[in-house]
Ligand binder design. Structure first.
Ligand code: GLN
Length: 250
């Protein structure tokens, strides 16, 4: 199968080499005989709902976010329609913030977002930095750990009843208080974890690939054949260990 990926603003939102997530998806798709076709979508480029099985938005600092915020907010309908029709999506940090209703910076300015995720973000006075460990339950009854790294000033407040990506075991998460990290709407996931996220959490890479394949085929998501993930498991072990060494919830 061909898995069509739309990578939004790769030239602006790529802090901590977030595009490494795409490399992981490409490799893990190829190992199962699928081809990942990645289209870069920059400011002003068309985004047609239905043309991508997975959309990807990386992270960036406020300056980079400000450069693309207006363009991204203008894509509200296409993004909502794509996710509504079962496209998968992964948004990291700055991209995650701008897929909510918007981001209020330290100077009081407001960047409007694309409104996919039911949340709003406000910049705080301190940065929330460090290794994070989460527990996620994307498939009911199947809890899995997710390890990553966060570095954000924004506090993201989920609306009442919104579904987080996971529960914080160690780290700050969305706002340092709620105990939640990230957000989920259908097959769309947003998270603060980068660095990048997928190399040390291969189960999440496969979850996203399975959802993207389901969109491409029109079938329900299937379990992908297992790969030998010894290096990935070691990377996870080290990252999770660092998060645990942080102690407490933050
Ligand atoms: N605006 C962001 C913040 O809260 C950007 C963070 C990021 O992508 N690293 O700091």
């Amino acid at each position: 199968m061909r898995i069509r990926v739309g990578h939004l603003y790769p030239d602006y939102l790529n802090i901590y080499a977030d595009r490494g997530n795409i490399a992981v998806l490409r490799r893990r798709a190829a190992e199962r005989g699928h081809e990942l076709v990645v289209e870069a979508i920059g400011i002003g480029d068309p985004l047609r709902a239905g043309e991508h099985d997975l959309l990807y938005v990386g992270g960036g600092q406020d300056r980079e976010q400000a450069a693309i915020a207006g363009d991204l907010a203008g894509r509200r309908e296409q993004i909502a329609e794509a996710v509504d029709h079962g496209a998968a999506l992964l948004a990291v940090c700055g991209g995650y913030q701008l897929l909510g209703r918007g981001y209020r910076g330290r100077d009081g300015s407001f960047m409007p977002g694309a409104g996919l995720f039911p949340h709003e973000t406000v910049a705080g006075e301190t940065r929330m930095i460090g290794d994070v460990l989460l527990e996620c339950e994307l498939d009911p009854g199947h809890a899995r750990p997710l390890a990553g790294f966060e570095n954000h000033a924004g506090r993201t407040l989920l609306d009442q009843g919104a579904q987080p990506l996971g529960r914080v075991v160690h780290g700050f998460g969305n706002d340092g208080e709620s105990g939640f990290e990230g957000c989920r709407v259908g097959r769309a996931l947003g998270t603060y974890l980068h660095g990048p996220l997928l190399p040390r959490n291969p189960w999440l890479a496969d979850w996203l690939l399975a959802q993207a394949l389901a969109h491409a085929t029109g079938n329900a998501p299937l379990e992908l054949s297992p790969l030998s993930d010894a290096l990935e498991a070691e990377a996870f072990r080290v990252a999770a260990g660092r998060a645990r060494a942080r102690g407490g919830r933050r």
